[in-house]
Design a protein around this ligand. Structure first.
Ligand SMILES: [Zn+2]
Length: 205
């Protein structure tokens, strides 16, 4: 691309670093912002820097939060005895939308993926083990995507948790292999939580 302005080129460069945004889309977005008022552009950039500077991760479940302990963890109505383990905040949002789950979450912040250099130590697994040890947890549900990384992560977590006196289950795979949880429709996802199965039953013997 031949830019008529270095400033324009820099802005396009930044936008095209975003996932799924190519140079053409980046240019379209930047030109759109350029047509907006100064106040609008400042509001746009402020919301991003304020987000980055002020966002917290819940000390308990590691979900993105405005407070040290997130709204879900601090809600008195939630069932503290069940923890649903998910990859990231998008899954929490998807499951909350189903209104089928009243327990708490644990956000791993990724999945084990040796190909991408992500090992167990990069995730919040130790913190999950501590919660099971010290909190009144009776059941852990794995709600991870049905792909290689999800399966590897579940296998590892199960090894870490199997000696505790808790129920370990996995959401029913109404979600096809390779299916991402965040894309599952609410009814399918809600049902797959309600009809979860003991993890051991899913292992091929
Ligand atoms: Zn929390």
């Amino acid at each position: 691309m031949n830019f008529s302005s270095k400033l324009l080129e820099n802005a396009v460069e930044e936008f095209s670093k975003l996932p799924g945004v190519g140079k053409k889309t980046a240019l379209r977005l930047v030109l759109h912002l350029l047509k907006s008022t100064s106040a609008e552009v400042h509001q746009f950039s402020n919301s991003l820097t304020t987000l980055k500077d002020n966002i917290k991760y819940c000390e308990k479940c590691h979900n993105i939060s405005d407070e040290v302990i997130c709204e879900i963890c601090s809600a008195p109505k939630r069932d503290n005895s069940i923890i649903c383990v998910v990859e990231d905040t998008r899954d929490v949002m998807a499951i909350e939308n189903t209104h089928q789950f009243q327990g708490l979450y644990h956000v791993l912040n990724g999945l084990i993926s040796p190909m991408d250099g992500v090992g167990p130590g990069d995730l919040t697994i130790e913190s999950l083990v501590k919660r099971v040890q010290h909190e009144d947890v009776q059941e852990v549900i794995f709600a991870l995507s049905a792909n290689m990384e999800g399966d590897t992560t579940i296998f590892y977590l199960h090894k870490k948790l199997k000696d505790f006196n808790i129920k370990i289950s996995t959401i029913a795979r109404g979600i096809a292999f390779g299916g991402e949880i965040e894309y599952a429709d609410e009814i399918t996802l809600g049902r797959s939580i309600a009809t979860r199965v003991p993890y051991e039953n899913t292992l091929i013997r």
